[in-house]
Design a protein around this ligand. Structure first.
Ligand code: GGG
Length: 345
């Protein structure tokens, strides 16, 4: 009997419903070729759900997701709803409820594209840090109006994400680059540096601790000198967009929100947002969604299928099939067909 996986699909907003079917078509083709099955449970959650029901997902949404093997998400964000409402109404509750404390974001150079050689793994802390609900606003409408936002860093939180990064580094260069800002942020960042150094020493990897501003410059000037990066929630988010843009487009960056202990489903999503400016035109780049699907297959244990999908995705680009963000003319459907065509090669 073939293995069957249940995957909850939240296509979400904007270009989400355009790039997610592309990834599903590729996984379904691989399922036929590699002898497994996927039961896709479509969830119509997101901004339209918010407009109709006043919430991004149903009250028992997390309970519904708990029984699946993985979650696949497209994008969240709509021009008529504040971004913090869409993000904190869907994606962040899922990351936190399912202890997806690692957000793994690979960046690689693209075949046939001008640009530097790079092959990085960004390990972003995903459930604490600067993304915190602690704080508030006061004095609204007065000259004293102010907002306070606290960042929360725990020893356990820093240790576990650094350990994950260190394990990856042991399979690669043996060095982690840690993003910090301990000269300006004088409580949380020195704590981050101390704990990262302790875990790295224990794991037997070197740490290169780099101030975030200098690290951003190094991404641009010497990306090949960077291998595994460990970063806080905010710094990791910024660096992964930067890395993808250096490689060619933020439309290419995939991500895995991992619960490494596998107590709960992990979530896979392209890093890009909902891109409302191009939504509905059939021109969105499905590369990141398809690569994210490959990461999901790897996580589910379908390693041959995962490798085949990543190869096909990069192979389609190498053949010169590219969407507009990468300077080409291919539509979403044409790029997807190019990947599908390479899957049975
Ligand atoms: N594809 C996922 C998506 O739409 N992300 C929007 C976003 O703003 N994400 C911020 C984050 O990952 O922290």
């Amino acid at each position: 009997m073939s293995t069957s996986y249940t995957v909850d699909v939240i296509a979400g907003d904007g270009i989400g419903p355009e790039v997610v079917p592309a990834a599903i078509a590729c996984v379904d083709r691989l399922a036929e070729l590699h002898g497994f099955a996927v039961d896709w449970r479509e969830r119509d959650w997101g901004s339209e759900h918010h407009r109709r029901h006043g919430a991004m997902m149903p009250e028992d949404g997390l309970e519904q997701l708990r029984t699946g093997d993985a979650i696949f998400l497209g994008a969240v964000g709509a021009p008529d709803i504040p971004d913090h409402v869409t993000l904190w109404g869907l994606l962040i509750p899922i990351r936190r409820a399912f202890r997806q404390y690692v957000n793994l974001r690979p960046v690689k150079s693209l075949p046939g594209r001008p640009g530097p050689e790079l092959d990085m793994l960004i390990v972003r802390e995903n459930v604490e840090g600067e993304y915190s609900e602690i704080g508030g606003r006061y004095g609204q409408g007065t000259p004293d109006e102010a907002a306070i936002q606290e960042a929360v860093f725990t020893r356990r939180g820093i240790e576990r994400v650094t350990r994950f990064a260190a394990e990856r580094a042991l399979e690669r260069s043996g060095t982690i680059v840690s993003a910090t800002k301990s000269n300006g942020i004088i409580h949380t960042m020195p704590f981050w540096d101390e704990v990262v150094a302790e875990v790295a020493a224990d794991a037997g990897v070197r740490v290169d601790s780099v101030l975030i501003d200098a690290l951003a410059a190094r991404f641009v000037l010497a990306p090949a000198s960077i291998d595994v990066v460990v970063a806080s929630n905010l710094f990791g988010d910024i660096l992964s967009d930067l890395g993808a843009a250096i490689a060619g487009s933020i439309g290419i960056a995939p991500s895995a929100n991992l619960n490494p202990e596998r107590e709960f489903p992990s979530l896979f999503e392209p890093v890009h947002g909902s891109a409302p400016d191009i939504a509905g035109r059939g021109v969105a780049n499905p590369f990141a969604a398809i690569w994210s699907a490959a990461m999901m297959l790897e996580h589910l244990g379908e390693t041959d299928a995962a490798a085949a999908l990543e190869r096909a995705c990069f192979g389609a680009l190498a053949d010169g099939v590219a969407t507009a963000d990468l300077g080409g003319e291919a539509t979403t459907a044409e790029f997807t067909q190019a990947v599908l065509g390479r899957l049975s090669d």
